[in-house]
Design a protein around this ligand. Sequence first.
Ligand SMILES: [Zn+2]
Length: 246
Amino acid sequence: MAAVTAAEDKSTYMPEALYLHHDEMFETSATVVEVGTAQIKQKTYYWIRLDQTIFYPQGGGQLSDIGTINDVPVDYVHRVNSGVRDIFQITHCFEKPIDFAVGSKVVLKVDAANRLLNSRWHTAAHVIGHIIETTFAQFKPFGGECFPGQAHMKFRSEVDQFPSIGEVQDAVKEGYARLLQENPPIRICSESMTRELVIGKFPPVGCGGTHVYSIKEIGKELTAVGVKCSRKKGEFTMSVKYSVAS
Ligand SMILES: [Zn+2]
């Protein structure tokens, strides 16, 4: 049994990632190009790779899509980085043994409700990033996780100057209320080599995730529920835990 790791898979072949340009597409067909078994994240999976896919693979802090392929539940979708920027393999994983032949046509169905939930929490992460950066200019976002129910955004600063939790909560509350009222457009800009997300007048941010395309779709409330500050070896970081309510 081979473990699928970035170190072992140096292939620069990549399936067409349809979700990047058609994230409203929840059903399509594809051709199986490879099948296998692997230990991924301490679990044994049966997997297939396709010539194209609508399944978002876990990465960038966003959970993978779930759904079905030929009505067989897809339990997890794994991203295998090639070492070359923006080139990666997409491995569709099944917990139970599968019977897909290389070259066969299959029907893909993404769970649309689950995708929408992940897209709302992921888009909310961008909004939190913009609000914090706009309000507390010393802090720049540098990552985080947008798993529904346990999401946080991380920020770093070059100066030892942290806002209080109350100030962060007020900034998010007021900033989001303003955005809800303005309801600016959210769009993907693919003019440069990098796919970028643009929310209203905020600067573009490079992103390969899935999104909703209006602030209202994120939800009625976006709340900073916790703030953790850290000073380590001259590095000043702040983690803002957030919650989204529909
Ligand atoms: Zn994004």
